[in-house]
Write a protein that binds this ligand. Structure first.
Ligand SMILES: *Cc1c(COP(=O)(O)O)cnc(C)c1O
Length: 352
């Protein structure tokens, strides 16, 4: 090691799911929505004159639209470049205790990466054997809490009473609820934002709004929390959101009917797909998201992952303790899932 390397901030980065260049692939590995964004988003033309200028650093058009949509004040809304940006800023802003922050051992695998990056002490709390999170495991001293609800990659949603239980026992720290998948069937903690000034709810356009490529995430919380977040953000990079994202984010919000229809299609396919694979010997926790977390009674997950890939279907496999016999399968279009079911039928037939 050279002398200067001693002072490097060394991190093991988060590994995102593959984004293959090939186009003839059924891509069920990164929880994107298979349907297009609202036609309003698709049709919106950018004026070139505005692209020359710096965007509004406050992204006020988007903040105002989100505030109106969620019936809160614009002082309660923070926006960022995907919820990854919002979450990273939140970790940096709110998690500065010497006590460890807490999150489940099986959850979004970026939380430990940010904790390491920002040198935040953390402790993971084991979920039970059916992957459920128990609120009582989060009682007691800690430096803050982050919970994905519904959780990923398990797909399990906990009720609002579970979040409130955690909040009731953690009034001295910030509790972040990551609601990346809430639109697919979870119960939102937004209802508790007025009651608990230490609650921050984080959302994204990447899954339910079919806009992963546009990079929009946001947080809703008490005005004080939002002010602290903005102070950190403006100390780092004031122009995080580009102009097209701000404009397209507003368009998506304006088309509620389309949004609801596209979510309903995903949910319908998810329920159908779950029944199909259960008949083939798979089991999975009840999903409230746009993916299912499935394991087969006899064929190892790794083998299914590899064989699917040979057949140009990509799902997500995590080579990690406790979940290395599971696949996280994103719900694609009905046609894509039919092709995947046909593939699984053949595979399970060959196996027996
Ligand atoms: C996808 C995801 C995110 C990040 O989404 P962005 O694309 O950065 O908005 C955050 N949390 C969870 C649990 C996710 O699954």
């Amino acid at each position: 090691m050279t002398a200067w390397e001693k002072n490097i901030r060394r991190v093991i980065p988060y590994v995102p799911g593959e984004q293959p260049k090939e186009t003839n692939i059924i891509k069920l590995n990164t929880n994107e929505n298979p349907y297009d964004p609202s036609p309003r988003v698709m049709q919106k033309q950018m004026e070139l004159s505005v692209l020359k200028k710096y965007p509004d650093p406050t992204a006020s058009a988007l903040v105002d639209a989100l505030a109106a949509y969620h019936h809160v004040s614009n002082k309660n809304v923070f926006v960022g470049v995907g919820s990854d940006d919002v979450l990273a800023m939140s970790f940096l802003t709110f998690f500065n205790s010497t006590e460890p922050i807490l999150f489940p051992d099986i959850t979004y695998s970026f939380y430990d990466v940010w904790a390491d990056l920002f040198k935040i002490p953390y402790r993971t709390v084991a979920v039970d054997d059916s992957f459920k999170i128990h609120a009582k495991d989060y009682y007691g001293e800690n430096g803050g809490i982050v919970i994905a609800n519904p959780n990923a990659p398990t797909g399990i949603a906990e009720p609002l009473s579970f979040i409130e239980d955690i909040l009731e026992h953690n009034k001295d720290v910030v509790v972040i609820v990551d609601e990346a998948y809430v639109d697919f069937g979870g119960e939102s903690a937004l209802a508790l934002v007025d009651k608990y000034d230490n609650l921050l709810v984080v959302r994204t356009y990447s899954k339910s709004r079919s806009m992963a490529g546009v990079r929009i995430g946001y947080a809703i919380g008490n005005e004080k929390l939002i002010n602290y977040l903005n102070d950190v953000k403006y100390s780092y990079n004031s122009y995080t959101m580009n102009y097209p994202s701000i404009v397209l984010g507003v368009e998506s919000i304006a088309d509620e009917d389309y949004f609801r229809e596209s979510i309903a299609k995903v949910i319908k396919t998810r329920e159908w797909f779950t029944l199909q694979i259960e008949q083939l010997g798979f089991s999975c926790p009840k999903s409230s998201t746009n993916f299912v977390f499935a394991t087969h009674k006899s064929i190892p997950a790794k083998e299914i992952y590899e064989k699917a890939k040979e057949n140009k279907i990509i799902v997500r496999y995590f080579n990690k303790p406790r979940i290395d016999n599971y696949l996280r399968i994103t719900i694609g279009t009905q046609e894509e899932m039919q092709i995947f079911v046909d593939f699984l039928k053949k595979l399970t037939d060959e196996a027996c």
